[in-house]
Design a protein around this ligand. Structure first.
Ligand SMILES: [Zn+2]
Length: 354
């Protein structure tokens, strides 16, 4: 079969590789029918990311048709098109009993597809536990919406959930790429009164407003922290969700979040090595009462089915995040190139495959 393989840093190549074999009685073999490229795929191949395995099939965002199922699978049928969660915790790991499903057993054990397992950029891929790692797509949820639920929507909502938003809160969302936009939607959904979004690209600003942002702050108009402190009478937001930006975003979030009860919720990826700076002064010299969460997206079947439930019943529509469509597995490289070039009108790609 054909697969798009991470050969070495900077090199992504089509290769002929053996088809996966069904090994587990609970497993599934799947054929992707819609794929999206993640910015983390770009980090991994083209730098910024920590070097992972080479000669590895990339990709973790897809909808797929079930081709084969293990004998013990209960809830899915061969031929069904399902959503595949980007994060697939091993629900049999003992740490799950401590509610530590995303890092159960080892760091990032929940993020294996396209990382330590062969990914979805291929004709076929395998998962070891269909009943916990696949999600049914409701009838009136579109391909675009379902595809956006598997990673960007659940990540944005994870950011909003760990921001511990209470009704009436002021929430700042830093970064309004796809994840930030879903964090805006999540914050609105969880009862934020005022949502301040930090970003500049017109296509994203427009969607941020649609998803519930009241104010848009641009670094082009001056220091981000000072602008937001002025807008909030010096108090700062009740919570700050970091969904984009470089290392300075972390420091800015701690700088501006409210003393005593403020929460910083980070779902942003910081490439490279070194440290993130926790500011001593605005951090109250260690006594400011500011909470910081650092979170990998929630995943697994029930999570993604709940995301699609929000879509199905009209609470959130992540469909407009798909700005560029392609047809056929071969076109996946065009989608990767586009994600690399990042033209201003791009948010997410979708590659449809028969
Ligand atoms: Zn992703």
């Amino acid at each position: 079969m054909k697969a798009l393989v991470f050969e070495a840093p900077g090199r992504l190549k089509w290769k002929n590789v053996p088809e996966p074999v069904l090994q587990e009685p609970y497993g599934a073999i799947l054929h992707p029918v819609a794929i999206s490229v993640c910015s983390s795929d770009i980090h991994t191949v083209y730098g910024g990311g920590v070097p992972k395995q080479t000669n590895h099939i990339m990709g973790h965002e897809c909808l797929a048709r079930i081709v084969r199922l293990g004998q013990q699978v209960r809830d899915f049928q061969v031929g069904e098109v399902v959503a595949v969660p980007a994060i697939t915790p091993d629900w049999r790991a003992a740490d799950v009993q401590l509610l530590n499903e995303r890092h159960a057993g080892e760091h990032f054990s929940g993020h294996r597809l396209g990382r330590t397992w062969p990914g979805v950029f291929a004709d076929y891929f395998a998962l070891p536990d269909a009943d916990t790692m696949l999600a049914h797509i409701p009838e009136n949820v579109t391909m675009e919406q379902a595809l956006m639920s598997v990673d960007v929507m659940t990540t944005g909502f994870t950011g909003a959930e760990y921001a511990q938003i209470k009704s009436g809160d002021t929430v700042c969302v830093m970064g309004i790429g796809p994840v930030g936009l879903m964090a805006v939607a999540g914050a609105a959904h969880m009862g934020a009164a005022r949502i301040i979004a930090v970003g500049t690209r017109p296509v994203c600003v427009k969607l941020a407003k649609q998803y519930g942002a009241n104010d848009i702050v641009s670094y082009k108009n001056g220091d981000t922290v000072q602008q937001i402190l002025r807008m909030t009478d010096g108090v700062g937001p009740d919570s700050v969700i970091i969904a984009g930006g470089g290392d300075e975003a972390f420091t800015q979030a701690v700088d501006m979040v409210r003393y005593g009860i403020g929460t910083v919720s980070n779902v942003n990826y910081y490439g490279g090595t070194g440290f993130l700076a926790f500011p001593k002064f605005s951090g109250g010299r260690g006594m400011a009462g500011k909470t910081v969460h650092t979170e990998l997206a929630k995943g697994g079947r029930v999570r993604i089915e709940r995301m699609m439930s929000l879509i199905r019943y009209g609470r959130v529509d992540p469909g407009p995040l798909v700005t560029h469509q392609f047809n056929g597995l071969d076109e996946l490289t065009s989608a990767v190139d586009l994600m690399r070039q990042k033209p201003p009108e791009l948010i997410k790609t979708m590659v449809r495959i028969d």
